[in-house]
Design a binder for this molecule. Structure first.
Ligand code: NI
Length: 175
């Protein structure tokens, strides 16, 4: 946080780009695995393109969260399925050591394509929907602290845990 690139709007990926997708995606999966995260967006490693990855089979940090399929989503579009929103704790690789409560749409449809050019279209809710909204925000230069409505619900992980304010479960990019 503080790097102006994280506030920029990323460019769509075009077939004529000649973007070397495979090495970029390898970098992204490695970075995400290092952080034991649930997702990552390309701008977080300095590539200003509309690419996000997310998903895990099991994650010790979210023992109760259902698995989210490991997904590469390029040029994503999100449509809320209704107006309902829910609060949940989030963290981010780009905002290390902190957590905050962020309202997100409960259920969304997301569309885009994968690394093979296949169309992806899914309707999801809960944690899966939260991760996708968090990651896609990165493509529009938005970090989760900008979405926090009550700044009293923002703090250092150690302190929040110590104070019993937060249980380590619903969060995103970062352990
Ligand atoms: Ni993030």
């Amino acid at each position: 946080m503080g790097d102006p690139r994280l506030q920029e709007i990323s460019a769509p990926v075009e077939p004529i780009d000649g973007l070397a997708l495979a090495p970029l995606l390898n970098d992204m999966w490695d970075t995400m695995a290092d952080a034991n995260g649930a997702g990552l967006a390309a701008p977080q490693i300095g590539v200003m393109r509309r690419i996000v990855i997310f998903g895990y089979q099991t994650n010790p940090r979210y023992p109760d969260a259902p698995a989210v399929p490991e997904t590469v989503l390029i040029n994503p579009q999100i449509t809320p399925l209704d107006d309902s929103r829910e609060d949940g704790w989030e963290g981010c690789l780009s905002v290390p050591g902190m957590r905050g409560i962020v309202p997100r749409y409960r259920a969304i449809r997301y569309q885009g394509f994968d690394q093979y050019g296949e169309i992806i279209e899914r309707e999801v809710s809960g944690f899966h929907a939260r991760v996708v909204q968090h990651e896609c925000d990165h493509l529009d230069g938005i970090l989760y602290p900008q979405r926090i409505e009550d700044m009293r619900n923002f703090g250092f992980i150690d302190t929040l845990t110590e104070q019993g304010v937060m249980q380590l479960q619903a969060c995103d990019d970062e352990p």
